[in-house]
Design a protein around this ligand. Sequence first.
Ligand SMILES: Cc1cc2nc3c(=O)[nH]c(=O)nc-3n(C[C@H](O)[C@H](O)[C@H](O)COP(=O)(O)OP(=O)(O)OC[C@H]3O[C@@H](n4cnc5c(N)ncnc54)[C@H](O)[C@@H]3O)c2cc1C
Length: 373
Amino acid sequence: MLSFWEKKHFLNFDLIVIGGGIVGLSTAIRYKKLFPNKKILVLERGLFPSGASTKNAGFACFGSLTEILDDLNHHSEQEVTNLVEKRFSGLCAIREEFGDEALGYQATGGFELITENEIADLNQLDKINDLLYPLFGNPVFDEIKDISKFGFSKKVLKVIRNKYEGELDTGRFIQSLWDRCQQLNIKILTGAEVRHLDIENGAVMVGERESGITFKSEKIAVCTNAFTKSLISELDIVPGRGLVMVTKKLPKTILWTGSFHYDKGYVYFRNVDNRVLLGGGRNIDFNGEQSTDLVINHKIRNYLKEIYSNIIMPGSPPEFEMEWAGIMAFGDSKTPIVKMVNHRVGMAVRLGGMGVAVGWQTGGELVGLLSKV
Ligand SMILES: Cc1cc2nc3c(=O)[nH]c(=O)nc-3n(C[C@H](O)[C@H](O)[C@H](O)COP(=O)(O)OP(=O)(O)OC[C@H]3O[C@@H](n4cnc5c(N)ncnc54)[C@H](O)[C@@H]3O)c2cc1C
C-alpha cells in the first residue's frame, strides 16, 4: 500500500540500474555525468552488493604470464592483446577518476610462482614481452633474480614479476563509487530485489507480484552479472563461485607484498595488514563451482590450505580467521556482454574474473549505448 507521496516522488526515473556492484554503480555515475539532470535509481537486492564486487581479492591485474599463454591457446594474438589493453587501461582509468589514496591502490607489482609444471612456459617469456611491447613500450615480465627472500617452498623454482600490476582495497573502491553516487544525487536502494523486468514498458518490479512495488523508467540498465538469467534468459552466462580466505594477523612480518598468482592465475594471494589473503582454486571443482549459492566448497578450502602450508608458507599451520564466497560470471568469451535488448533496456554483464580492472569501463560502454538510442 503506497502513499500519495511515495507514488508522486519515488516511482518514476529516467534511468534505473538493476544491480549495485562495480558495473551498476559505474553505469549510474557515468550516465549522470553525461546527463546531470536525469533522475537515476540503483536497485540492489543485498544490503551490500551481493555478487562479486565486495567479495573479490582486490588484485589490480591484467594477466600473469601463464594465464596469457593459456589464453593464446583459445584466442588470437589480437584478441589477447585487446583484453590486456582493456584491463590495463581500465585500471589506469579508475586510478585517474578516484585517485590512488581513495582506492587504497599500491603499485606493488604482480608476481607468478613457477613450479616444475610451468617451467617450460618460461621459454615463451620473450615472445609475450614482444607481443605486449606496443602497449607498454617496455618488457612487462621479468625474472626475479633472488627468490630466497620470499621464503616460498623449494617447489617454487622461479618467480616472474609483472611491474605494471598492483593491488587495491576492495572496500575502498566500492566506498569511492558510493561517495560519487551520493555527490551526484544518485539514489541507491538496497534490499531491493527486482523480481520482474518489463522490457517493453520500461518497468521493474521489486518484491512479489501481488505485493511488489513497480518502478518506471525511460531507460533501464541491467548490471546483474552472474544473476542476469533470472531476468533475461538465453544468455551465455555461467556462474563461477570463488573462495577467499584470510589468516590471522601473523606474528612475524610477511616479507613480500604484491599480487601473487599461481597455477595460471587460478590461485592467488596477497599480504593484507600482515595477514595472508588466499583465494581461487575453482579449477579443482569447476562443475561444483558453477553455482550462485554463497557457500564454502570444502574440497577447495582444503586444497588452498595445502597450498598455504606446502608452497606459500612452508611448514606454517594454516590458521585462517575468515572465509567467504563470491560469484563471478563466465561464458565462452572473456569479453563482457554489453548490448541493448531494445530501445530502452541495455545490459553490461558477464565480467569474469577481472571486473576490478574492466568494471568502470564496461559501465562506460553501456552508457554509450544507452545514450545513443
Ligand atoms: C572471490 C572473487 C575474487 C575476485 N578477485 C578479483 C580480483 O582480484 N581482481 C579483479 O579484477 N576481479 C576480481 N573478481 C571479479 C570481480 O569482482 C567481478 O568481475 C566484478 O565485481 C563484477 O562486477 P559486477 O558489478 O558486474 O557484478 P556483481 O558485483 O556481481 O554485481 C551484481 C549485483 O547485482 C545484484 N543483483 C543481482 N540480481 C539482482 C536483482 N534481481 N535485483 C537487484 N539486484 C540484483 C547482486 O546482488 C550484485 O550486487 C573476483 C571475484 C570473486 C567472486
